[in-house]
Design a protein around this ligand. Structure first.
Ligand code: TXA
Ligand code: MG
Length: 363
């Protein structure tokens, strides 16, 4: 092992914490690491986060290094108490208390104007800051004991899918951080919904675990859903900083076969099957990402069931696992069904379309 390599490897301490029976001694230990400017990977209800003291610019810089993340991709700041908002922003818009009351702690990230106190590294030099209060007992207690907001992107190396279990994190981040808190699987398995309310009307920057319709009901306003939030085109830097970075994509080709009408699922899946069959007849080994309702229509082909169309929570939760699986299977190409863009369907289609590199076929 070269000296150069040795110097990059940190001894990583693994702390297993059961969310329903918190080990406060472990959390105190992890909080001490945050206070001293170290890196702690911790669970949230969406995906695992790679955290550091948000108010310490040197600590924040370490996050970018550990992830291999470009410096112009801003981070989300996690809080455990609504009062911390006033440290991060001195211009909190009137919608924020309504949203916070209704959805925090929970999978909603709000973009606000930043205060002077927030180091520019966290926000990649922008005038705004992304904030959320996660709904996970381990995350909340860690922030509270650290006595500071925690900046954290998803805890994957850049270019990998967001980690939804302690196993993923241990496989990919050992030696890169001081502490990994392993609390098993996360609840939602997709990232938080990001909404920019510095704009009027508010703009959805990333659909996530909280359906945008819920936000609209609460603020009694329509939210703008740009094409990039649907995963149809690349985001422009001016509107959605950081979003230009490619989301995880399997190394094998993935095609999304969409319909404008999913009411006749038998007819739709027969079309998907016909498409896959043509590939198979041309010598390709194919897997189809399917749903509980349609799996019966595919014969003699590898299938990955994402879950029921009546339970999109389940589909969203299984999505990253399925995307990781594409690379593990002995196939040349994957073909995915599409889902109606309502509720979590918007989130699912955003991730699927981006993972396919916009390789979308409409039938
Ligand atoms: O569920 C989640 O949101 C997870 C957990 C750990 O909280 N975090 C997460 O972070 O997904 P990350 O870094 O993978 O995605 C955050 C994205 C950035 O890529 C960027 O596009 C956007 O949030 N963002 C952050 N600050 C922003 C700002 N000031 N303006 C616009 N977009 C911002
Ligand atoms: Mg991420």
């Amino acid at each position: 092992m070269s000296i150069e390599y040795m110097s990059m490897v940190k001894p990583t301490r693994i702390l297993e914490i059961d969310p329903s029976n918190l080990r406060i001694d472990y959390l105190v230990e992890a909080a001490r690491v945050i206070k001293y400017g170290g890196l702690v990977i911790f669970p949230t209800e969406t995906v695992y986060g790679l955290g550091a003291d948000a108010m310490n610019n040197l600590a924040v810089r370490k996050i970018f290094e550990a992830k291999g993340r470009p410096l112009d991709n801003p981070l989300i700041i996690h809080i455990s108490d609504i009062d911390q908002l006033n440290i991060l922003s001195d211009n909190v818009k009137e919608e924020v208390p309504h949203l916070a009351e209704k959805f925090w702690p929970g999978p909603l990230t709000i973009i606000l104007y930043k205060s002077e106190k927030v180091p520019r590294e966290v926000c990649a030099g922008l005038e705004t800051v992304a904030v959320r209060m996660p709904a996970h007992p381990v995350a909340l207690k860690l922030i509270e004991l650290s006595e500071t907001p925690i900046a954290a992107p998803s805890a994957n190396p850049a270019g990998r899918p967001s980690p939804t279990s302690g196993e993923h994190v241990k496989r990919e981040m050992m030696g890169k951080v001081d502490v990994i808190i392993d609390s098993g699987e996360t609840l939602y398995g997709v990232e938080s919904t990001i909404i920019d309310i510095t704009r009027d009307p508010p703009v959805l920057l990333r659909p996530g675990a909280l359906p945008v319709e819920e936000i609209e009901k609460t603020i009694k306003k329509k939210v703008v859903i740009p094409e990039f939030a649907r995963g149809l085109i690349e985001a422009s830097e001016a509107i959605a900083p950081g979003m230009k970075y490619r989301h995880y994509a399997p190394s094998k080709p993935l095609q999304v076969i969409e319909s404008s009408d999913y009411s006749n699922l038998q007819r739709y899946s027969l079309e998907v099957f016909k498409y896959a069959k043509r590939l198979i007849d041309n010598g390709f080994r194919v897997a189809i990402l399917t749903s509980t309702e349609t799996i019966q229509y595919y014969r003699k082909v590898e299938v990955l069931n994402l879950g029921s169309r009546k339970n999109l929570f389940e589909v969203a939760r299984n999505l990253y696992r399925a995307l990781r699986k594409i690379d593990e299977l002995d196939i040349d190409i994957a073909v995915s069904e599409g889902f109606e863009e309502r509720g979590l369907g918007l989130t699912i289609m955003n991730r699927l379309r981006k993972a396919s590199g916009y390789n979308i076929i409409r039938i």
